[in-house]
Design a protein around this ligand. Structure first.
Ligand code: SAH
Ligand code: F3S
Length: 443
């Protein structure tokens, strides 16, 4: 039995940082209305599934979770369940028809309307709030940042690119840039609150432009990096073609811009890049990598690959392998191509056999594992600054991220470090996916 009568909520989040921030926005609205988060889903009076639809697997997961949670309505008939995020936008009203236990559907562009939708549900309506209204609620005071160690700030919503494989432009709608004044005000607010790390968000964040103005993302970076108290500045995700020399320059100018960049390349073959509609060549990508490394020696680069895109031959895949060998990314996210409804790529000929795609995926991941191990081994003996984000699974181990975004575990000795603070750590051991270190002895 619950000791208090407050209503409680549970939010499950899949996918990218934009979804993470949307979860914080929904939690904020609920807490403002007097609801509290619960540690056990079984105790929840409201369950929100904040879904991702970038690959079919992610989409299937949310529906299987929905199937599981609807059972909870038997013991708590007042329980409400909402489908949120990109799958909500993608399937819309049909989700209510197919799932009689679903109470509402809330798309990513309508997150600010959650309280209103719950109110309407109380009067019996099963609301479908999808689409992309001109007027959108975005109230920075109702974002629950509790538990977060970095302050995420939206720079752009939506995406106007037409990558032939991608569903995001359909689920998150057209690109909309927030004005610089609004972004800077939110950053200042977060710094005042105590955040040392700021992350600017957008599907193509470096395509940001001041609405009806002349500033571009280089100006935004320059401005935000100058906000006193911003110790670490990150931004995600950058579109290679939109990365200008002025943006590269900011890495040389501002030491608080983290020496880390996520730059999704998708394939090492020009032929495949063309079929993907990416609008750049491998050579242009490599030139950008060189410029970045000149501006900030040692910068860690990460990327995304889609393996087994329709028409990918052995030679195309070999080109991807060569690119991974040449660039030596600090990390990669590689997934098999997944056909998404409504995207142009579903009509492309020559699908790659699933077994071959799996084999190629394993090959690229194994190569990357070797590269990562050797890159990480070079860091042994160095002292790195770690932003402490939590406790490891092993007793007395804390964990955090370096400025170059590597995960570090270290014993909480001589003292435990507060979450959200920056601790010096001497690296003693390297694994492909993490580093192990110790706090330096006090002088
Ligand atoms: N601009 C965003 C893109 C969001 S999708 C970003 O770069 O983060 C994130 C990644 O998912 C893409 O970079 C791509 O590698 C992968 N992805 C997107 N659609 C996919 C699909 N249909 N199949 C497999 N992977 C996909
Ligand atoms: Fe998707 Fe391409 Fe935009 S990957 S999010 S359509 S940049």
């Amino acid at each position: 039995m619950k000791a208090f009568t407050s209503k409680t909520f549970w939010i499950e989040t899949w996918g990218c940082q934009m979804n993470e921030l949307d979860t914080q926005r929904m939690a904020g609205q609920l807490m403002q209305s007097g609801m509290l988060p619960t540690r056990e889903v079984e105790d929840a009076d409201l369950i929100l599934l904040n879904s991702c639809s970038v690959r079919a697997k992610a989409e299937n997961k949310v529906f299987s979770q929905l199937g599981r949670y609807r059972q909870l309505k038997r013991t708590n008939p007042d329980l409400l369940i909402g489908l949120c995020g990109c799958v909500a936008q993608q399937v819309g009203e049909s989700a209510l028809d197919r799932n009689p236990d679903l109470d509402f559907v809330l798309g990513p562009a309508r997150v600010g309307e959650l309280s209103e939708i719950l109110e309407r549900r109380r009067f019996g309506e099963r609301v479908v709030a999808t689409g992309f209204p001109e007027e959108r609620h975005f109230d920075i005071d109702t974002i629950s940042r509790a538990g977060a160690y970095k302050g995420m700030v939206t720079a752009i919503e939506g995406c106007d690119k037409n990558c032939t494989f991608c569903i995001v432009p359909f689920t998150r709608g057209p690109e909309r840039c927030r004005p610089m004044e609004e972004i800077v005000a939110e950053v200042e607010h977060l710094v005042e609150y105590g955040f040392l790390e700021i992350e600017l968000l957008g599907q193509t964040v470096n395509h940001w432009r001041q609405p009806e103005g002349r500033w571009d993302f280089a100006d935004l970076l320059d401005r935000v990096a100058r906000v006193p108290g911003v110790e670490r500045l990150r931004f995600v995700t950058s579109y290679p073609r939109d990365f200008s020399p002025r943006m590269v320059e900011q890495f040389a100018r501002h030491s608080n811009i983290c020496p880390y960049l996520h730059l999704p390349v998708q394939s090492g073959s020009d032929r495949i890049l063309k079929r993907m509609g990416r609008g750049y060549t491998v050579e242009a990508f490599l030139q950008l990598v060189d410029q970045l490394r000149q501006a900030r020696p040692g910068i860690a680069l990460s990327t995304d690959f889609i393996i087994g895109f329709p028409g990918e031959t052995k030679e195309d895949f070999q080109a991807t392998i060569s690119l991974v060998e040449d660039v030596e990314f600090a990390s990669i996210y590689a997934f098999k191509y997944s056909p998404r409804p409504g995207t142009a790529a579903v009509n492309l000929p020559n699908p790659v056999d699933d077994g071959i795609a799996s084999q190629r995926l394993q090959q690229v991941l194994a190569l990357q594992e070797r590269i990562q191990r050797s890159l990480n081994e070079k860091l042994v003996g160095s002292e790195m600054e770690v932003l402490v984000t939590g406790w490891g699974e092993a007793a007395q181990l804390q964990s955090g991220r370096t400025a170059c975004h590597r995960i570090v575990h270290f014993p909480a000795e001589p003292a435990a470090r507060p979450l959200g603070s920056i601790a010096p750590v001497v690296i003693e051991k390297a694994n492909p996916h993490s580093l192990l270190g110790r706090q330096p002895l006090l002088q």
